[in-house]
Write a protein that binds this ligand. Structure first.
Ligand code: SAM
Length: 218
């Protein structure tokens, strides 16, 4: 563990050494975001009262581990909430454009404020549900975390992808069961190259799992 910020808020997890591995030269921006989320997240209803002591590892580093799966292009993050993983990925990957799709007004206001305060020019925030957002068939990749089970998440995320686009959906240890329950949706949206990618081995104690799949190119 390293603690770069002796003034950090009481209760906020000290910065783990994995943060430097994941964020590299973007660590200062990730640190500013984490400190701001630690300071305001609970009062704004963005994180629960138990999250401060694990904010870095369970949320920020966990989200940032997905960054190497993104390709330069346009990525949509469905249900960004506090900015996980979308805003964190925008911090880690300034070469990728992130569109954060979030229906709740208060969360959208938080995301807009963070984009401005962190000086990010590769993010836009759209207040909408995934089902209603005017981005059908436009995105190269779609991410999501803690929005819903795959069997309901695939039908609201896959339509946003351009032909040949890719789902990059963060999931917990029950992902294999979710894939089984989502068989019908996987067939309906003709997903191919379905795999579970495990990220962070040797870097963090709790690995991150991603459901990755491609929609047809035609
Ligand atoms: C449990 S929170 C998770 C937030 C964040 N992704 C995270 O990992 O902390 C679920 C978020 O998804 C949003 N959401 C729920 N249904 C949605 C939909 N149909 N389209 C877009 N966002 C949705 C909610 O407003 C909420 O911010």
């Amino acid at each position: 563990m390293t603690d770069q910020s002796p003034d950090r808020q009481p209760g906020l997890e000290a910065e783990p050494s994995s943060a430097a591995v994941v964020f590299g030269d973007r660590l200062d921006v990730a640190r500013a975001f984490t400190e701001s989320l630690g300071e305001h997240g609970e009062e704004l209803g963005l994180i629960g009262p138990l999250e401060l002591p694990r904010l870095w590892t369970r949320h920020v580093v966990n989200s940032g581990l997905v960054a190497p799966l993104l390709r330069p292009g346009r990525v949509g993050d469905v249900g960004s909430g506090a900015g996980l993983p979308g805003l964190v990925l925008a911090i880690a990957r300034p070469d990728v454009h992130l569109t954060l799709i979030e229906p709740m007004e208060r969360r959208v206001a938080w995301l807009d404020r963070q984009v401005a305060e962190l000086g990010l020019d590769n993010v836009d925030v759209v207040r909408a549900r995934a089902e209603d957002v005017k981005l059908k068939g436009r995105l190269d990749q779609v991410t999501a975390r803690a929005v819903s089970a795959l069997r309901t998440l695939i039908p609201i995320t896959a339509p946003l992808l351009r032909p040949g686009g890719e789902l990059v959906l963060m999931k917990g240890s029950g992902v294999d069961g979710e894939i089984g329950a989502a068989e019908k949706a996987i067939r309906k949206y003709r997903l191919s190259d379905v795999e579970v990618v495990v990220l962070g081995e040797g870097v963090v104690d709790d690995v991150t799992r991603v459901f990755r799949a491609r929609v047809p190119s035609d």
